[in-house]
Write a protein of this length. Sequence first.
Length: 244
Amino acid sequence: MNFHIFRFDKLLSTNEHLKKHLEKYDPNTIIWADEQEKGRGRFERTWLSAKEKDLTFSILLLLDKNSIDYWKNITQVTSLAIVEELEKNNLAVKIKWPNDVIVNDKKVCGILCELVELNGSNYGILGIGLNVNSNRKKIDIIDQPATSIYLELNKELNREELLKKVSTSIIEKISILMESGFSIFKDSIMEKLAWLGEYKVIEDGSKEYEGKIIGLNNDGTLKFQYTNGAIVNLISGEIRFKKG
Ligand code: BTN
């Protein structure tokens, strides 16, 4: 798998950098920053990571006419690649649908894919924040339950090696997604899904609903059964699981 990694000491955000300089880079280019001054997460949240300790990077994806249908599944397939890689390091990782990677209900990795159009072509800017070697002090600044690989394993990992392994797997999986669609990933993702069969509260705007996750559909939407028995298919980006 061919890709080039450009490493920067400091950027505002690797996603923003790719957006701004899209024309300069080839598809599958990886922009890695040792520090982000304005890291962004989903729902316009701030993404905090420790300088030279964690991994913050973005991958530029060229989406052709067929693969654009699957762009919403890119982050799910990415979370599977990350989970599989972290499992090799003996971490008990799970996917919090749609795409957070968690250990014991604490977030270790966040993924954000943004769609951009340039000269008639569509691109995905796939940003990944992985808490690799952050210590307790850095993690405790984060305003949601979070952890790092270091805190879970009590050892530091080589970030560059991890970046190369994870990126290879992500790019491979995404090219399969583009060619063959999402359904072939469904079972593997379901196996790694957190809270399957467990009762949870979801938030939809200002409303809250209780129910349990009962499975995943072929298009990546989540099958959720309310306590009154009704089954709905949840679309990522529209709901959040309530904290706690
Ligand atoms: C989330 O869980 O809310 C998604 C977090 C995505 C963070 C990454 S870090 C690299 C890239 N640059 C950004 O500004 N955001 C993404």
